[in-house]
Design a protein around this ligand. Structure first.
Ligand SMILES: *Cc1c(COP(=O)(O)O)cnc(C)c1O
Length: 227
């Protein structure tokens, strides 16, 4: 399947899942995960109407940024080292993977330097697997409170990666738990913190995530093929 065909198919499945969940399909946005794929793949997807692209590695993202500039909305979705934040300051519109206060502080500092605000999501390790990044579920509220005091970041929601299952429905309890946590944090009414985004669901389980309230689905392989 070509990239435009795959994109059309994913968008059709997103719409169908949203309708099944009784949700407005426009409330779910597709992040096309283009890590390891050449810039030409991104351009092809762009021509087919895709606007948001997700990248995991700073060095790779910077190379692509230099080619594509502001024609793309970039979301950073991978593990982020504090000492690399400076390379992407002001150049991505959202960071999905904030899992510690020290990282949030660095993001705020560098975005302040370029006179911008960065939208961030707090990554939560719902399953508690030691191999997964993300803050522990019980620490997420405090992290949101601490982040709300930083001048140049805006907390906009939560992100998670559930364990891998062959059956996508097996991931649903983890997605549901992230939604409940987001409601709990919203009920705290922390100034400046908005729980409007739930980033959850990948190629194998995005429909299950949409059933549980995902607003951002991060899909790579199903658009661009195996990495
Ligand atoms: C690679 C990656 C994805 C996309 O995974 P696919 O299975 O290829 O759709 C989504 N989210 C994160 C954080 C990733 O690293």
């Amino acid at each position: 399947m070509s990239i435009p065909e795959a994109l059309a198919e994913i968008n059709r499945r997103i719409q169908a899942a949203a309708e099944r969940a009784g949700r407005d399909p426009a409330s779910v946005r597709l992040v096309a995960v283009s890590k390891t794929r050449p810039t030409s793949d991104i351009v092809e997807a762009q021509k087919a109407g895709q606007t948001i692209f997700g990248e995991n590695y700073v060095q790779e993202l910077v190379t692509k940024l230099d080619v594509l500039n502001d024609t793309v909305r970039w979301h950073f979705i991978g593990h982020l080292q504090s000492n690399k934040v400076k390379f992407i300051a002001g150049r991505v519109s959202m960071i999905h993977s904030v899992d510690r206060f020290s990282l949030a502080g660095e993001i705020s500092r560098h975005w302040s330097r370029v006179g911008k605000f960065c939208d961030i999501l707090i990554q939560v390790n719902i399953s508690g697997e030691s191999t997964k990044s993300g803050t522990a579920e019980e620490d997420a509220i405090q992290l949101a409170k601490d982040c709300s005091k930083l001048p140049n970041i805006r907390v906009r929601g939560l992100m998670t990666m559930p364990p891998f299952f062959d059956d996508p429905d097996a991931a649903r309890p983890y997605f549901a738990e992230l939604r409940r946590l987001s409601q709990t944090i919203a009920s705290e009414r922390i100034p400046g913190v908005e729980m409007r985004e739930l980033s959850m669901g990948m190629s194998g389980d995005f429909e299950a995530a949409i059933m549980e309230g995902a607003t951002l689905v991060r899909v790579g392989t199903a658009i661009f093929g195996e990495r």
